[in-house]
Ligand binder design. Structure first.
Ligand code: MTE
Ligand code: MO
Length: 376
C-alpha cells in the first residue's frame, strides 16, 4: 500500500476520498475563524504524502540553457530575508457538488469548504530565482515550473507552473513558504517547503517542492495540461480538447453561505435569521460587497464584513467573512437563501450553475443557494 505512511488527521475533516486523502470541514466550522487552524485546513492530495526530512531536504533550481543547476538546503532558504503574508488557498473544485446536482462531472464531490486561509512565512520566489542567477530582464523565459516530492507508481511527480511575470513581480508575493500560521508547514500541506502563489488556484501552490525550472514552456504535467481547465457546458468527454483551453491561474470571485448550511434548521429571532459565510476573489482582488436574498432576488440585503484583511488590491489575498440578519416571511416554514459577492473590479458571480457547468466541475462560482427550515 503506497499510503502506508500518511500523517494523522483531525476527525473534523470529512473525507471526500481516503487514498489519496482529500477532506474538508463542515461549512459551519469553516467560518469560525478568519485564520483557519492548520489541523482544520482542507487537504487536497493527488498522491501519497512524501515524508521529507528537514536535514536532507534540497531544492534544485534549473534555468534552462544554463548548464549548472543550483541547489538550496532548507537552512540556506531560511537565511534569506523572509516575508509573511495572509492568503487564502482554494481548490478549483470548491463547490463542485453544486455542479454535480445539475449534471454529473468527473471529480471529487467538494462542498463549499475546499478553501482555507493562513499566514504563510517564507522567502520570496523572486529573490531565490535571482540568487540562482536569473536575470530579471531576460525575456526568453515565460514560465516557472514546480515539481513536488510526491510521485505516482511510474515515478511521475506532481507538477504545475505559473507565468514568469508573476514569479518575478515584487507585488505578486509568491513565496517558498516554510511556515503556516507560525509553525513549520505540516506534512499534509507541504513540509518542508511549499510554493504559495496568492490569488492563484490551489493546484499551482505546489507542496513538498523539490525542483524549480525556469523555462520558455509551461509544465508538461497532467495537472497543468490535461486537468484544471474550463470548458463550455456543451463540451463532453467525446469532444473535449484540452489543448484548446488555458490552464486555470487566477480564480474568479466566489462566495458561500456556511451558516446555516444546506438542509439545516434555523431559529427565527425577531422575525429575522442570521446568515454567515465567506467571499473571496483571485488575482488579489478585494471583496467590496456581498448581497444576500431570501426571496429569489426581489430584495437584496447587503452583508456586513465581520473580518476583512486591510491589504489593498491587487495584493488582497485573503477571504472576507460576512454576516447579515434578514427578515423572513412570518408564515413561511422554509426559505432558500442566495448569496453573491462583488469584487474590486466589479466582477460578480453568475446567477445559475447550468450555464457554467463543465465536465470537470471546476470554477463552480454561481450564486450560492442554500435551502433551510425555519423554527420559531
Ligand atoms: N502539490 C503537490 N505536490 N501535490 C498535490 O497533490 N495538490 C494541489 C496543491 N498542491 C497538490 C499540490 C491542489 S489541487 C490543491 S487544491 C492544493 O495543493 C491543496 O492544498 P492543501 O492540501 O494544503 O489544502
Ligand atoms: Mo485543487
Amino acid at each position: 500500500d503506497p499510503y502506508f505512511n500518511e500523517p494523522k488527521r483531525h476527525n473534523a475533516l470529512k473525507p471526500a476520498s481516503k487514498k489519496p486523502f482529500n477532506a474538508e470541514l463542515p461549512p459551519e466550522l469553516l467560518i469560525q475563524s478568519f485564520i483557519t487552524p492548520n489541523e482544520l485546513f482542507y487537504v487536497r492530495n493527488h498522491l501519497p504524502v512524501p515524508d521529507l526530512k528537514a536535514e536532507t531536504y534540497e531544492l534544485e533550481i534549473e534555468i534552462e540553457g544554463v548548464k549548472k543547476t543550483k541547489s538550496f538546503r532548507l537552512e540556506d532558504l531560511k537565511k534569506l530575508p523572509k516575508k509573511t503574508i495572509t492568503a487564502t488557498i482554494m481548490c478549483a473544485g470548491n463547490r463542485r457538488s453544486d455542479m454535480i446536482k445539475h449534471k454529473p462531472v468527473k471529480g471529487l464531490n467538494w462542498g463549499p469548504a475546499a478553501i482555507g486561509t493562513a499566514t504563510w512565512t517564507g522567502v520570496p520566489l523572486r529573490d531565490v530565482l535571482i540568487s540562482a542567477g536569473l536575470k530579471e530582464d531576460d525575456d526568453k523565459f515565460k514560465h516557472v515550473q514546480f515539481e513536488g516530492g510526491d510521485s505516482d507508481v511510474t515515478g511521475k511527480m506532481y507538477g504545475a507552473s505559473i507565468p514568469i511575470w508573476r514569479a518575478l513581480d515584487k507585488r505578486g508575493d509568491v513565496l517558498l513558504a516554510y511556515e503556516m500560521n507560525g509553525v513549520p508547514i505540516p506534512r499534509d500541506h507541504g513540509f518542508p517547503i511549499r510554493v504559495i502563489v496568492p490569488g492563484v488556484v490551489g493546484a499551482r501552490n505546489v507542496k513538498w517542492l523539490e525542483k524549480i525550472t525556469v523555462s520558455d514552456k509551461e509544465s508538461d504535467s497532467h495537472w497543468q495540461q490535461n486537468d484544471y481547465k474550463g470548458f463550455s457546458p456543451s463540451t463532453d468527454w467525446d469532444t473535449v480538447d484540452f489543448t484548446k483551453s488555458p490552464a486555470i491561474q487566477e480564480l474568479p470571485v466566489i462566495s458561500a453561505i456556511c451558516q446555516p448550511s444546506e438542509g439545516s434548521t434555523v431559529k427565527v429571532e425577531q422575525d429575522k435569521i442570521t446568515v454567515k459565510g465567506y467571499a473571496w476573489s483571485g488575482g488579489g482582488h478585494k471583496i467590496v460587497r456581498v448581497d444576500v436574498t431570501v426571496d429569489g432576488g426581489k430584495s437584496w440585503h447587503v452583508a456586513n464584513f465581520e473580518h476583512q484583511d486591510a491589504a489593498l488590491p491587487p495584493q488582497h489575498w485573503a477571504w472576507t467573512i460576512w454576516t447579515v440578519k434578514i427578515p423572513v416571511d412570518k408564515k413561511s416554514k422554509n426559505v432558500e437563501i442566495w448569496a453573491k459577492a462583488v469584487d474590486s473590479s466589479y466582477n460578480t458571480q453568475p446567477e445559475s450553475v447550468e450555464n457554467i457547468w463543465n465536465l470537470r466541475g471546476v470554477l463552480s462560482n454561481a450564486y450560492h443557494k442554500v435551502k433551510v427550515n425555519l423554527k420559531r
